[in-house]
Design a protein around this ligand. Structure first.
Ligand SMILES: NC(=O)c1ccc[n+]([C@@H]2O[C@H](COP(=O)([O-])OP(=O)(O)OC[C@H]3O[C@@H](n4cnc5c(N)ncnc54)[C@H](OP(=O)(O)O)[C@@H]3O)[C@@H](O)[C@H]2O)c1
Length: 330
């Protein structure tokens, strides 16, 4: 393969949104490497997805220590993608990784201890061939480790220059408030909160989103397409190459209940009336809220990526559309 040369028009269309009250702007659409970039996937295919993303202004790539499968392979593969040319644009990229879930055996390869976070980030940097990541996240709260220890590790990681910013993921509103308190003692702000948020999962709306808005912390919504449910992927059954069909995927067939499918059909009809595909509308629906700094999608093809980018062409909704959507989601 020729060395990658990024498209000179890459910044022409993307919309960048400020991440809370910080100096960082994130692309309204970011790309996650949870699925589709592991050792079970085809390098020659996913490197093209990564290039297509950057060529369209997607400057933010999100990873975690255990993305794959196998664990670590998405980071290794991303390291190869960087090495094969994308890395030339390192200063144009926001690369994030995380630790908090199961990674290696024994008591120090999971959850939120200082021991785990420090060792895990060192491993991640090696796999990706990087000196630093832009954002390092505590991937989930650990009920058995004092939040001061977990946040203290993130603070020291920033002081060591191994991460530029701190993030937290999957913390509820109370846990977030505790984490912010612990970070404030060290005068290291939390840049961003990564939480699941889609039309089908709105747990963040009552408490977490308002807290993040008030505190000036960015919010990046993961699985904004509910892993593909909020697209046309499953309108005519379960395709053999879809996440729901793959044994390595986290979307289970039993999530495609009759009730869910009815909602999907109805939402699909509204998207059609708006002149959008369902995926576009589902992302647009999240982006209409300015507290959402970015929606963090996955993609198994360039055409999916291109569809999703079209969401940026229209993310305003009439009151009537919003009300109809509310009725369907009830
Ligand atoms: N912090 C956390 O705990 C956490 C947890 C989960 C995810 N995340 C982050 O969020 C990222 C995104 O999560 P996700 O992959 O679940 O996001 P998602 O965007 O909800 O789902 C992505 C999947 O939906 C399908 N899809 C995407 N665009 C499509 C389109 N236009 N038409 C039809 N199907 C389409 C594809 O599935 P097929 O494979 O079937 O084609 C794709 O792999 C992850 O990579 C990760 O970075 C974080």
């Amino acid at each position: 393969m020729e060395t990658y040369q990024a498209d000179s028009h890459r910044y022409d269309e993307m919309i960048y949104r400020r991440c809370g009250r910080s100096g960082i702007q994130l692309p309204a659409i970011s790309l996650g490497l949870w699925h589709n970039f592991g050792s079970v996937d085809l390098f020659s295919h996913f490197i093209q997805i990564a290039h297509a993303a950057f060529d369209r202004g997607i400057t933010h790539f999100d990873l975690a220590n255990n993305y794959g499968p196998v664990y670590g392979s998405a980071e290794e593969n991303f390291g190869r993608i960087l090495q094969k040319g994308l890395g030339r644009y390192r200063d144009e990229l926001i690369i994030s990784t995380k630790a908090g879930y199961d990674m290696w055996p024994g008591p120090y390869g999971n959850w939120g201890s200082r021991k785990y976070l420090m060792a895990s980030l060192d491993q991640s940097l090696k796999r990706m061939g990087l000196d630093y990541v832009d954002i390092f996240y505590s991937h989930r709260p650990d009920p058995e480790t004092p939040v001061e220890e977990t946040m203290g590790a993130l603070v020291d990681i920033v002081r060591q220059g191994k991460a530029l910013y701190v993030g937290i993921s999957n913390y509820n509103a109370d846990q977030t408030a505790q984490a912010l308190k612990a970070l404030a003692l060290h005068r290291v702000p939390c840049l961003i909160h990564q939480s699941r948020y889609s039309m089908f999962d709105r747990q963040v709306e009552p408490e977490l989103l308002p807290l993040l808005g008030t505190e000036g912390i960015g919010m990046i919504a993961f699985s904004p397409l509910a892993q593909g449910l909020l697209t046309d992927r499953y309108l005519n059954g379960i395709p053999a190459d879809s996440r729901a069909a793959r044994t390595t995927g986290y979307l289970k067939k039993d999530q495609l209940t009759d009730e869910r499918m009815q909602q999907i059909f109805k939402l699909n009809a509204i998207a059609g009336q708006r002149g959008q595909l369902l995926a576009e509308m589902a992302l647009a629906w999240l982006l209409r809220d300015e507290r959402v700094s970015s929606v963090l999608i996955g993609a198994s093809s360039i055409s999916q990526l291109n569809t999703n980018l079209k969401a940026l062409q229209n993310y305003s909704f009439t009151d009537e559309e919003l009300q109809t959507i509310e009725q369907i989601l009830k």
